[in-house]
Design a protein around this ligand. Structure first.
Ligand SMILES: CC(C)(COP(=O)(O)OP(=O)(O)OC[C@H]1O[C@@H](n2cnc3c(N)ncnc32)[C@H](O)[C@@H]1OP(=O)(O)O)[C@@H](O)C(=O)NCCC(=O)NCCSC(=O)CCS(=O)O
Length: 406
């Protein structure tokens, strides 16, 4: 396919972003154009397979230094002043071509795994984070279970670790675990008595097994699978944070992950708008271009407004986090706005493009079309890393107060 002009070039001004963030956007965009774009169609449409982990892309991302962006220089990172902001801008650029790859290889690897390790105790952090920054291992972040995901309370969690001398013996069954088919290390949330604890588990230990990847509606580049852990020993020095502090560790990382989902939604929405605006500016019906119909002008003007708002929201969430170390409400809002926008834009973009929106590959001309996969990929944003209903709850309890809302 021929790629459309990016409307964000003249519609969105990064005027208040620091120079370092602008440089990261340019760098990530160049990487996405050169390395991701040629692989995007296959990544976004090939069905999930156990041997389908996009290792080549993972290695290209490592070589390009993309995993250095979120971290401080003592672990080999860039040592940026606004690392979260830079990370989110990079994730938006990756998601423009492949939301699934952006989600698995950046949100999952760099944010959920990387940022959790970043806040682990110094020895564990130094042991693993420099390796992650160099692309030395694939990580997985495991909170969800067959019957626990939105509700991560102790009562709903079945995975558990029992105290033994020098550490813990773990028995667990986790579900929807991103990157697990290729993971070397997994951060596991489990019960330790009446509290939850996060443990760092060697995925090559005997007793760890990973199922076949799930066949999902979208995000095919993001492989998820069940993980079973039977009587695996985890030493005390592989507890992430404090014993009993696992939910705090998980929710702290998920808060950043939710900003990432917001940025992914913006990248997808921008890609869909760019394609649809190009198409509707050229395609004639009843003697005039689709874009001349006021209906479509209003629809896409609303979506331009939505992109402007959602992009500014994730930027604000990241900036606040970089300055104050907390941005729970902004992260929740950024996730809702970006993920909802992606679904809405993808639906309307397909509608205006008709069959050229619905098709994945036109056989007559061997041409690929992007909207079909964007529509499929968009839906999960409203669900994972804390369903949008939970995000509304987070906003509401800040609005009304915990005494009333809980
Ligand atoms: C539904 C919830 C919002 C309910 O939360 P709770 O009221 O049960 O929890 P809190 O009392 O608010 O907090 C518990 C604990 O965590 C600490 N905490 C909370 N927020 C933060 C934060 N932003 N940063 C750091 N720490 C935080 C808080 O201080 C408490 O610590 P202590 O107990 O005092 O030590 C909540 O349960 C929720 O958000 N649920 C959704 C869970 C979720 O996102 N599930 C998705 C799982 S992962 C996934 O989808 C796939 C990932 S993928 O592969 O991409």
């Amino acid at each position: 396919m021929s790629y459309p002009h990016r409307r964000s070039e003249h519609m969105f001004n990064d005027i208040f972003l620091p120079e370092e963030t602008l440089a990261i956007r340019a760098e990530a965009r160049e990487f996405a154009e050169l390395k991701l774009r040629p692989r995007a169609h296959s990544l976004n449409t090939a069905p999930e397979r156990r041997d389908g982990f996009p290792r080549e892309l993972f290695e290209l991302m490592s070589e390009a230094g993309l995993y250095e962006i979120p971290f401080a220089s003592d672990v080999g990172g860039r040592g940026l002043k606004y690392p979260t902001l830079a990370t989110l801008v990079a994730i938006e650029e990756l998601a423009y071509y492949s939301p699934g790859a952006a989600s698995a290889l950046y949100d999952g690897q760099a944010i959920l795994v990387g940022k959790t390790l970043d806040r682990a105790d110094p020895a564990l952090r130094q042991r693993y984070l420099p390796q992650l920054v160099k692309g030395g291992f694939v990580g997985a972040f495991a909170t969800s279970e067959p019957e626990a995901s939105t509700d991560l309370s102790v009562g709903s969690m079945h995975s558990r670790a029992e105290r033994v001398e020098g550490g813990w013996v773990v028995n667990a069954h986790k579900r929807w675990i991103t990157n697990s088919v290729a993971a070397d290390l997994m951060l596991l949330l489990c019960r330790t008595g009446d509290r939850l604890t996060m443990l760092c588990v060697d995925m090559h230990a005997s007793g760890v097994s990973v199922g076949e990847p799930d066949l999902k509606m979208g995000n095919h580049a993001q492989l998820t699978a069940d993980v079973h852990i039977e009587n695996v020993f985890v030493a005390d020095d592989h507890v992430v944070g404090e014993v009993g502090g696992g939910l705090r560790a998980a929710l702290g990382a998920l808060m950043l992950g939710r900003m990432g989902i917001g940025a992914i939604g913006v990248g997808m929405a921008q890609a869909a708008v760019d394609f649809a605006v190009d198409y509707s500016s050229k395609r004639k019906v009843f003697g005039q271009e689709l874009a001349r119909f006021q209906h479509w002008q209003f629809v896409f003007a609303e979506h331009a407004l939505g992109i402007e708002s959602a992009r500014n929201l994730y930027i604000k969430a990241a900036l606040r986090y970089d300055q104050e170390g907390q941005a729970e409400v902004e992260a929740a809002m950024a996730k809702i706005a970006g993920s909802r926008l992606a679904v809405d834009v993808a639906r309307d973009a397909i509608q205006v493009c008709g069959a050229y929106g619905f098709v994945r590959e036109l056989k007559e001309t061997s041409t690929y079309f992007p909207l079909e996969s964007i529509y499929r990929d968009a839906k999960i944003g409203e669900i994972y890393e804390g369903a949008n209903e939970v995000q509304r709850w987070v906003v509401a309890r800040n609005l009304f107060g915990r005494e009333l809302i809980g």
